[in-house]
Write a new protein. Structure first.
Length: 357
């Protein structure tokens, strides 16, 4: 083998080897990232389900606080106090997900538990004054609503940070949680105003904000959620007659500006809108669980597709390496003897013809 073939021989061996290493590293990266995403989706699903339960208990405690401060009966106070236990249990269940012994704890930021405790800790500042009866209804509703908003903000941030590739599910779940809470705010403003016999300035402001925010959260859910979930949500809230809803809202809004608050729509709020609120809670919890399973299935499909693609790339590289090896084998063969030039052959033939000897 001549020396001028050695550089080409090196390239023939080196190029497939480099390509094989690069493709192999890329395949390992895809597989590891896909596995990480699946684990993250599982963790997010568990977190979303437990956070939804805590949200329910937090909303219930807000309602029981207002009820106790309006009715002022022993039974209403006991009901409020008992709800402390429910919220504490759901909070402990949520924090257990983040404890070092949890299989999902590594999926979340170490600061997450502190953020959640700070959000739920806002409740401690108002509980004692509500239990003593020294807080007003508006003070209690405002404090609990701020705590709920803080909790949802923290939950939204942690969901986004925990799994960036699942932004559609995260955004849809948070939009549904916010819509559900604004729905609860509106019902609370209506029911508690009728129970108190008048609507205060603070309750009126809360009512207006809750009504105005619902459509924006519905639009966000419509954009981000799958069609079947969006249809189910609209079918549920569509059970309320639109004309009756607008009339009931207008009655409260007018009362907030100094108009009379009679009993016209009192039963309507309790019998029509309250059952839908509870069904919204069920829908939100199902979305947290079933929606995550759907996302998990999609993540697994992406992982399998990534594995198939990586396998195909490796197969192509192996074929290229085999072709390179074949070329290298041909280059490594001993040099063949050079053939005589055609012109030289003709000259020899002519010379033999000219010399009869």
């Amino acid at each position: 083998m001549s020396d001028h073939k050695l550089p080409w021989l090196g390239l023939v061996f080196l190029a497939p080897l480099v390509a094989l290493v690069i493709t192999g590293a890329s395949a390992v990266s895809v597989i590891s990232q896909s596995s990480g995403r699946i684990a993250s989706v599982e963790a997010v699903g568990e977190f979303a389900a437990r956070a939804a339960v805590a949200l329910d208990d937090l909303q219930r405690e807000r309602a029981n606080a207002a009820n106790w401060l309006i009715v002022r009966s022993n039974a209403s106070r006991d009901l409020y106090m008992r709800n402390w236990e429910s919220l504490d249990r759901s909070g402990d269940n949520l924090f257990a997900l983040l404890s070092p012994g949890s299989i999902h704890s590594a999926q979340f930021r170490p600061e997450m538990e502190d953020s959640l405790r700070l959000a739920l800790g806002d409740i401690e500042a108002i509980r004692s004054s509500v239990a003593e009866g020294s807080a007003t209804v508006d003070q209690a509703l405002t404090a609990y609503t701020e705590a709920l908003n803080h909790f949802i903000d923290v939950m939204a941030l942690e969901l986004s940070l925990a799994t960036g590739e699942q932004t559609r599910f995260t955004g849809a779940f948070v939009a549904l949680c916010r819509f559900h809470d604004r729905y609860a705010e509106e019902i609370g403003a209506g029911l508690f105003s009728y129970r108190a016999g008048a609507i205060t300035r603070e309750s009126h402001a809360m009512l207006m904000q809750a009504i105005g925010a619902q459509d924006s959260y519905l639009a966000a859910f419509h954009t981000l959620a799958d069609t079947r979930w969006d249809r189910e949500l609209h079918a549920l809230i569509g059970r309320t007659d639109r004309e009756s809803l607008e009339a009931a809202r207008a009655h409260l809004i007018t009362a907030g500006y100094g108009g009379p608050l009679d009993e016209t729509y009192r039963d309507w709020w309790r019998e029509t809108r309250l059952p839908i609120y509870f069904e919204l809670s069920t829908l939100r919890n199902r979305f947290a669980q079933d929606g995550v399973r759907e996302v998990l299935h999609e993540a697994r499909e992406r992982r399998e597709a990534a594995l198939r693609g990586a396998g195909l790339q490796l197969a192509l590289i192996i074929l290229a390496a085999a072709a390179g090896a074949l070329g290298a084998w041909r280059l490594m063969r001993p040099d063949a003897p050079e053939e005589a030039a055609p012109d030289a052959v003709r000259e020899d033939d002519d010379a033999s013809l000219a010399d009869p000897a």
